[in-house]
Design a protein around this ligand. Structure first.
Ligand code: KIV
Length: 283
């Protein structure tokens, strides 16, 4: 399958076909997702929690993002890849934001970058980055990089006034030139209102069923990340349990001397060479 472009996504929206979006952080997972036919992969800064073991996304660096985007690109050469802008890679200035977005494109060949937030400052960054020729996906609603200001990792837009604010943010980001917006952690009515008013693809994660596409963090939906599971996650597998059981069985077999079995799991040497080898050892 050829890699999808913004024209394909526009057509999917037009035809009412849902856009399938998942996170990935490494070569192997990206390869499986491309094989499964997902439309879009996000190398999210959630890699800080899912892969690097931090409690939040704040410590993730540009170098972390570049390295993981490169691995995902190698695993999924024919899939549209979105690279996340980590904390403080775009907050300081438009120039900084363009330079860091440019790194993700130039060094990791991502197709688009994503940044969080919905105010005037973010609109200015979106404008600057898209003027540099880079596709931008906005991210509003539950925005973990603004955790302190939004009152923690919890659903947003649950009052009429808060919901209106998020709808307005979507407009501002679209007008600034974003190619698409990801809406996270809001009631269905808010996801629906944003989608109905948008002229660009709206992707949702925990934003109900009306958005043009759906995103999940892959480690949540396959049951690998169990530190915390948001309400909007559906578990499609229990890979964490499968892997833990395999590791346990291996541990047991090595301790019991049941693995490896020499005729099955080791390299052969002719009887003649073994004989000669044993003689040489004795010399
Ligand atoms: O980093 C990430 O994976 C994200 C999603 C949680 C939306 O931004």
């Amino acid at each position: 399958m050829a890699k999808k472009t913004i024209n394909d996504f526009a057509q999917m929206v037009e035809k009412g076909e849902k856009i399938v979006y998942l996170t990935a952080y490494d070569y192997l997972t990206a390869k499986m997702q491309e094989k499964a036919g997902v439309d879009m992969i996000l190398v999210g800064d959630s890699l800080g929690m899912v892969c690097l073991g931090y409690d939040t996304t704040f410590p993730v660096t540009m170098d972390d993002m570049v390295r993981h985007c490169q691995a995902v690109r190698r695993g999924a050469p024919n899939t549209f890849i979105v690279g996340d802008m980590p904390y403080m890679s775009y907050q300081k200035s438009d120039e900084d934001a363009v330079a860091n977005a440019g790194r993700l494109v130039k060094e990791a060949l991502v197709d688009c970058i994503k940044l969080e937030g919905g105010g005037e400052m973010i609109a200015s960054r979106v404008k600057a980055i898209q003027q540099a020729g880079i596709l931008v996906m906005g991210h509003i609603g539950l925005t973990p990089q603004f955790m302190g200001q939004i009152g923690g990792y919890k659903a947003q837009g649950r009052s009429a006034a808060a919901a209106m604010k998020i709808v307005d943010q979507a407009k501002v980001i679209e007008e600034a030139g974003a190619f698409s917006i990801l809406v996270e952690g809001v009631p269905t009515a808010v996801g629906k209102a944003i989608t109905e008013r948008a002229g660009i693809p709206i992707l949702g994660i925990g934003a109900g069923s009306y958005t043009h596409g759906q995103l999940l963090i892959y480690a949540d939906m396959v049951g690998m990340y169990d530190n915390f599971t948001p309400k909007f996650v559906k578990k499609y597998a229990n890979v964490g349990e499968v892997l833990t059981n395999a590791f346990k069985e291996y541990t047991e077999e090595v301790r019991q001397g049941q693995f490896p079995v020499d005729d099955e799991h080791t390299y052969k040497m002719s009887d003649e060479e073994v004989k000669e080898f044993l003689v040489a050892l004795e010399k």
